[in-house]
Each structure stands twice: as C-alpha cells, then as structure tokens.
Design a binder for this molecule. Sequence first.
Ligand SMILES: Nc1nc2c(ncn2[C@@H]2O[C@H](COP(=O)(O)OP(=O)(O)OP(=O)(O)O)[C@@H](O)[C@H]2O)c(=O)[nH]1
Ligand SMILES: [Mg+2]
Length: 324
Amino acid sequence: MDATIKKICGGDVRLASRLIRDIEDKIPEAKAKIKKLYAYTGKSFIIGITGAPGAGKSTLTDALITELRKKNKTIGVLAVDPTSPFTGGAILGDRIRMQRHAEDPGVFVRSLATRGALGGLSQAAGDAIHVMEAMGKDIIIVETVGIGQQEIDIINHAHSVVVVLVPGMGDEIQTMKAGLMEIADVFVVNKANRAGAKQLQMELTSMLNLSSKAAAGWRPPIVMIGDAFEPATFAENTAELAQKIEEHHIYLQQSGKLTERMHRKAMAEINDALSACLLEPVLSSLAGSGELESFAEKIRNRKADPYSVAEEITQKFFKKQGKK
Ligand SMILES: Nc1nc2c(ncn2[C@@H]2O[C@H](COP(=O)(O)OP(=O)(O)OP(=O)(O)O)[C@@H](O)[C@H]2O)c(=O)[nH]1
Ligand SMILES: [Mg+2]
C-alpha cells in the first residue's frame, strides 16, 4: 500500500486534511490518491443534515457528536458550504460551534467550500467523505445548506438524511414539499419553543399522511427540538434525534434498503466522476478559448440550436482525444 494511503487509513489527521484540501483545490494528484484509497471505503454510516441557512444544523451536529461519542463511535464531520454572500461566515462559525470537540481524537471536523468553479461540489464532498471513510470513522455527518438541487446531489452521498426546519417559514414549506418528501428520512422541527412550531409539525404530519413513501415502510419521524440555550431539554431532544437516526439505520439494514442507498450512492459517484472527467474539462477548455461565449451567443441569436452545438463540441472533443 502507498505510504500516504496507509497513514490515512491509520487515521493520520494531517495527511487526511491535506488530501481534503487538495480535493477542494482540484489538484490532479488528489484524484490518484482517491483511486488508491477507494478500496478502503464503504464501511461508515453517513448522515446528511440539511436545511435553510441558520436553521441550527451545526448546533445540532455538535449535539449529535456528543451523543454519538457516548457510544464510543468515531466521527467525521464535513460541513459543505456553497460559498454565497448569505453563508459566508458559516465556516468560521462551524469551527467555533464544534470547538469543544477539537481536542477529541475521535472527532474529525472539516469544511468544504466552492469558489464559484464549474460544478464539482458534490464530487468534492463525495471524495472528502471517502477520505473520512478510509480513516475508519464509524459515522460521518455531512452538513449542507439549503435544499436546492446541488444539496440533493450532495445528500445522495448519505445513507440517512435529516431535514431541519424552523417555525415561521410560512409558504416556503409548500414550495419545498415534493423535494422534502423525496429526501427526508427524519424531520427536525428546530427552535420548537417558537411560535408556529406546532403548526409546522401538523403541516409535516399531513404531508406524511399523503405520502406514498411514508406508507411503504419507513415513516419519517418528526423530532421536536427546543431551544439550544436550554441545555437540559436540548440534550434530551438531541438524544431522541440520535435515537431516531439509529432506528433508521437499523431499518435500512433489516429491510435491505441499505443496499438500495448504497446503489444510489454509487450512481451519484458515477455521475460526479463522469462530470469531472468529461464535462468539466470540456467546459473549462471552451470557456478558456472563448468558444463557450460564442456558442452561447449563436444560440441566443438562433443561429444555432443547443443540440447541434453539443454535437459539434462532442465531435471536436473526441477527435482531440483520438489524436493524442
Ligand atoms: N434561539 C436559538 N438560537 C439557536 C438555536 N440553535 C441555534 N441557534 C443559533 O442560530 C445561529 C445559527 O446556528 P447554526 O447551528 O450555525 O445554524 P446552521 O444551520 O448550521 O447555519 P449555517 O451553517 O450558516 O446555514 C447561531 O447563532 C446559533 O447559536 C436555538 O435552538 N435557539
Ligand atoms: Mg452550519
């Protein structure tokens, strides 16, 4: 085994951190390392936590770490932050919020941000998870902001998905309905001491009553979590959350659905890798040469249609490959 890979599999924090940084920076050697360590991945249980900015995901993650450490589980945490003006401060905040676990060798926390590059966030997240899996972490928690397509792509790397909602979202929940039902295995109504928490719980319940997914085996539980600044009840509530996630894990194992999730994850990985190997190099080469702009202009002016452009690009790309 490659010396670096061996050390990462032994839990070397410095080398693992460096590899995650190289993944984020898209250093080509990182891909070669992931290829080598892939054989040592696939044993961790991966929990995705998603929700609107400021919903309290990091605070919950911190509390979950405490719960899981009581059971001697080793933990990796990946906070994925699609850099935006709204979430710019999240990473520093995550570090501060999870600080009390900083000295614990059983906990490894890293953040991942994109710098506005073409796609690739899901792939980077998938690879960073692989690094933590190779390190031998029992449980990996992936925190993502929002519930857009990008987050769904990322969340496909998880086995169990927690969706965090807060009261006072109003109509927002209506528009998110379909997407929420699709991805949530456990719902959290966070900051449940606030007005509107009961209403939110009722709305979720009636959504679940109508959902065919909920009728077909696992009905996503709704965990009400009170104020994080009321330590006693907060600890009790987050212990319940940890319990529900564990129940979902057991359900996945016993029903054979874990295999389905692993399959979903494999599909996401193929999708990400194809994007990275085919789409991204093509797009960035076209962007670099200015051709992307002129293709867009042609399409805009109806001098060309997108399919013909895609065919022209495909032909050009494969010809180039063939000449090498
Ligand atoms: N009042 C109150 N504030 C909370 C609660 N939970 C978290 N907060 C605060 O809300 C803010 C956001 O909490 P985070 O845990 O960082 O939320 P997040 O969802 O991780 O946020 P982003 O990663 O930025 O999207 C912080 O200032 C927390 O201290 C809660 O239960 N009650
Ligand atoms: Mg956060």
